[in-house]
Design a protein around this ligand. Structure first.
Ligand SMILES: [Zn+2]
Length: 317
């Protein structure tokens, strides 16, 4: 080959193109991640996600994710763009990309997947870290769940479903940014109260109602075990509601001159501790609780929220 011919070969435009869809297809699930969809598509065709993403070992695929999936799955472009938010950047004319990309992913509720005619494990984008319960089916779908079969039917503990409804109401009332931060701060504080054994009785009562089907040993469940997370959630939701209310009142200067005693009194009125703390536990508890409310009051001021609701959360959850 002459030098000029070799130069011609290296500059020839050559792009590999996949021209046929796979024999098997799957319907995309609403809000599904691209990884999850490719994984299900590969499974339906008895191959691996890596092979679908890289059809050739020696040529880079020139297609973007949307073009590739449209070709491989045979699904309409519109369905893919609507269902898989990550693909919207390629076709904003069909559906606008999310304003803030949802970085949190979780398992989809297994009953929602079955109802949509899907199979296998589906991962979806979640707008928040406190989206934990499918309200349609009463299923604890993600936190602490490591496999789809570990999702928990909440029929024996309706308090957990009501807790998710309470959190959703708070979000509608005060906005996602405030409640997301409030929940995060409260979760951390509640975990510490739990670690010190101050607030476990309520959760233990719920635990007795849950069929602990796949627990094979009799050791106490760790604090991050999904059953512990489920049974802690109603108290945590009520605590979040209480702190949100107190923070809004504190920011609006309506807690009175001595905010500290009011905060402690409201907490003790809402929650019954498992034992009366003494020595260093009580001062710690009081200081930490006031700190949580003051921290959230600063967030209220930063977000310029108004005191739209100051009611104390119901004890009925
Ligand atoms: Zn569901």
């Amino acid at each position: 080959m002459t030098r000029s011919a070799a130069r011609l070969v290296t500059t020839l435009p050559f792009t590999p193109v996949i021209t046929r869809p796979l024999p098997g297809t799957v319907t995309p699930f609403p809000n599904e991640t691209v990884d999850s969809y490719i994984s299900r598509l590969a499974s339906a065709n008895r191959t691996t996600p890596h092979i679908l993403r890289t059809p050739s070992h020696w040529l880079r695929c020139p297609l973007n994710d949307l073009e590739l999936l449209e070709l491989l799955s045979g699904q309409p472009r519109t369905s893919l763009v609507w269902a898989l938010p990550e693909l919207r950047c390629y076709e904003p004319g069909i559906a606008l990309p999310p304003r803030t990309p949802d970085v949190i992913t979780r398992f989809a509720c297994r009953r929602c997947v079955w109802q949509a005619g899907g199979t296998g494990t589906v991962h979806v984008h979640a707008p928040t870290h406190y989206d934990l319960v499918c309200l349609r089916h009463g299923i604890w779908h993600s936190e602490g769940v490591k496999a789809i079969g570990q999702q928990i039917d909440l029929a024996p503990v309706p308090e957990v479903i009501r807790a998710q409804m309470l959190i959703n109401r708070l979000e509608r009332r005060h906005g996602q940014r405030f409640i997301a931060e409030c929940y995060r701060v409260c979760e951390r504080h509640w975990a510490e109260l739990d670690r010190r054994g101050l607030v476990r009785n309520g959760a233990v009562a719920l635990l007795k109602r849950l069929p602990l089907t796949d627990i094979n040993d009799l050791r106490p469940l760790g604090p991050h075990h999904r059953f512990r997370r489920v049974t802690r959630f109603p108290q945590l939701a009520r605590f979040t509601a209480l702190v949100a209310s107190l923070a809004l009142r504190h920011a609006a200067n309506t807690l009175g001159e001595k905010a500290g005693p009011t905060i402690l009194a409201e907490f003790e009125r809402t929650f019954q501790l498992d034992y009366r703390p003494r020595s260093i536990t009580r001062p710690w508890m009081e200081t930490a609780l006031i700190h949580v409310v003051v921290t959230m009051a600063d967030v209220v001021r930063m977000l310029r929220l108004s005191e739209t609701d100051t009611s104390t959360p119901s004890r009925s959850i």
